[in-house]
Each structure stands twice: as structure tokens, then as C-alpha cells.
Design a protein around this ligand. Sequence first.
Ligand code: GLN
Length: 308
Amino acid sequence: MQCIPSDTLQEFVEKARPFSRKGTVPHYIPALAKAEQTDLSVALYTKEGCVSAGDVSKRFTLQSVSKIITLALAIDDLGRTKVFEKVGMEPTGDPFNSIAKLENQTPSKPLNPMINAGALTVTHLIQGMNNEEKLERILQLVRKMANNDRITVNEYVAKSEFETANLNRSLCYFLKEHKVIDGDIEELLNLYTNQCAIELNCIDLAHIGYVLANDGINPYNGEIILSKDITRIVTTFMVTCGMYNESGEFAIKVGIPAKSGVSGAVLSSIPEKMGIGVYGPALNEKGNSIAGVRLLQSLSNQLQLNIF
Ligand code: GLN
């Protein structure tokens, strides 16, 4: 389906864009530091079709948005009981890459699948003979949800993160020490950095949001991609933990289920209504797209999207 540029949506983009100057692109993953600070694009899927604004040809990597994909896949593979034996359901209030709660809590189990410790644990649960097969399964799910067969991994970004992922390595060793995960840590990091480096644009992202909004079914061909139960779990985590330690403020000010990534991606899903994909690489101090959050806030107000 074609996504039509919208002048009205473009006005929202231009109002939000100046906020990008107040943010910063992330430097801890060198490849992401090359992003254009003031980029801002959005796409929005509803039953009427797709509209967009900004430069939608800009591609970016999923980063933490991939955490909802792997969570869905792990629950589909193993069932929710097995998955939530290894990872909790509670927000942390800490930055996404914090190690603190692993040390303070007994047993040392990551509090939720949206923080890095929890996401690494979930990726460890993905089924497959080897990393290649596991990554292919993750990619297949992303492609189906985005309705785009051409989506693939940006290997440059994956490598850049793999080489510098010392904090995530530490989280893994901690998790291994406490028997939350086992096996080869470099292998796990390799898979995780590849899933984070899956590359798409905001139209693809909006379609993923729209499938979630439609109970896991592709609205255009009726294909059941995720069960209703899994979709509900994923969407609930988006509300409680999707914007890291800004999730509470985002729920009050914007009021829609959303998941962000340090690339500046924000995936939103408004149940039964719409999917929104936003890309704005300048981040606020919590690691969320600074202009993207502004844009979503004004769209939510204008279109009365607040679900609460
Ligand atoms: N790949 C990133 C990391 O592990 C994802 C984090 C994010 O998007 N917040 O640090």
C-alpha cells in the first residue's frame, strides 16, 4: 500500500522539529552518532490507509523497538510461564542499561523485558539451531509485521554496537553468574546486536504498530501474525516500560502504548485505531527521541488518541 504525504501532518512535524536541537544523538554506539540531528519523519496507518510526513526515505535501526518483537517470539516459542520465569513484569524507574537492580534484587532476575538485562534474557530464549536461524526467525516476524519482505540487518550498525557493547557484556556476565542465562555470551551479544540493527523506515514501523492495534492480525490480508494474548502482553509492556524511565510521564502526557529505541525510533500502537512510526534521532536524557515525543504529544492531543 502506498503511503500518501500529508500537508497537515507535515505541519506537526515542522512544529516539533526545532526540539531536536535540544537533544543529542547517541555516542555509545559509534554508528548511531552519524545520524542527522534534525531529521524527523512520521507515518500513520489507520483503516483509511497510510499518511506520512518528513523524509520517509530515511532508514534507521530498530534498537530497543526490537525488544517487543523478540518478546512476542519467545512467548510464542515457549509460552508465557517459561518466559516470565526468567524475566519479570515490573517497571524499574532506572535507565534502560542499568545493572543496579540485578545486584539489589533477590533472585537476580531482570525486572522486565524492555530493559537491556531483560531483553538479553529474552533473546537468549529464542529458539533455533544457531544464531543464523534465530536471527532469520526474528527478521521473518519483523517483515510480516511491517508487511515488507525486504527488511534486513544493517551490518555496519550491528558491528559497531558489538564492538563497543561492554555494558551489555557486563549485564550478560552478571546474568550468567546468577544462572538466568547460560551458554556463550559473545554468541548472545552477536544475536542481540543484530536484532537491534534491523533496519527499516517509519512507514514499516507504523505498519508494525497497526498490526498490534489490530490484535496481531494484518488488517489488509487477515493473516494472524501474533495471538491476541501475546499482542495484549506486548502492548501492556509498551505502556508500563516502553519509554524506559520516562514511561510514567509519557503515559500522562501522551497516553498511548509506545516503544522507543536509541536510534530515535518510536513505535506507537493505539488499540483498534492506528499504528504510528516516528523517527527523530536526537534523544532526550532518558534516551527517547526528543522531537518524536513532542510530535506524538501534539498528535495525541489533536486526534484525541489518549487511551486512558
Ligand atoms: N542496542 C541498544 C543497546 O543495547 C538498544 C538500547 C535502546 O535502544 N535503548 O544499548
